[in-house]
Design a protein around this ligand. Structure first.
Ligand SMILES: [Zn+2]
Length: 187
């Protein structure tokens, strides 16, 4: 599948999810721009836990080393519908990690063989050409900064810092999202 196709597919999946559990018009009218990620996950039967990777992995030296080397900030366990994120990064990053893992679960990336999927920084990681990682990031960006909501917010401000605050995401996530929505001709 071409790159554009799987990215679009992930975005469409996120749109379906938020339209099901979240009233975009209400969000815009009430200027409540933070996606209720916890509620959405719960409605989908997925539990997200924020834990200290340092504490949990202190007796598992090799795994701890792997997590550190790979800059793992979150992971999901196959068949469990459970997401674990590290408590070290700022909350905005944790939210993106949860949304990213939710993407892996809902896009079917945890089916089949292999290790549970891990999160890496969007766009700048060594594995950023991995289609599953790119689609999980596209899913997360669409879920946390829904296209119609972002379009409205962008009319109010094009300040990256302000948008990051009102959506509860990192500045970097906003920068990438704005680029994408410009590419799509939305903003
Ligand atoms: Zn991932």
């Amino acid at each position: 599948m071409a790159k554009v196709d799987f990215i679009r597919e992930a975005e469409v999946k996120a749109k379906e999810i938020y339209h099901e559990f979240y009233d975009v018009d209400d969000a815009i009218n009430q200027k409540e721009f933070v996606t209720p990620l916890g509620d959405i996950a719960e409605n989908l039967g997925v539990s997200a836990y924020v834990i200290s990777f340092d504490d949990e992995l202190k007796d598992h030296v090799e795994l701890a080393q792997y997590f550190k080397e790979q800059e793992v900030e979150g992971f999901s366990i196959k068949g469990s519908n459970k997401i674990f994120v590290d408590d070290k990064p700022e909350t905005a990053r944790q939210r993106f990690t949860v949304a990213h893992e939710l993407g892996h679960i809902l896009l079917g990336h945890l089916e089949g063989e292999g290790l549970s999927v891990v999160f890496r920084d969007s766009g700048s990681s060594p594995k950023s050409n991995d289609p599953n990682e790119l689609s999980a990031n596209a899913f997360a960006a669409e879920l946390l900064m829904p296209e119609p909501v972002m379009k409205e917010a962008y009319k109010m401000t094009n300040s990256i810092a302000s948008l990051a605050t009102i959506f509860g995401v990192t500045r970097k996530a906003v920068v990438l999202r704005v680029e994408r929505l410009k590419e799509l001709g939305v903003i």
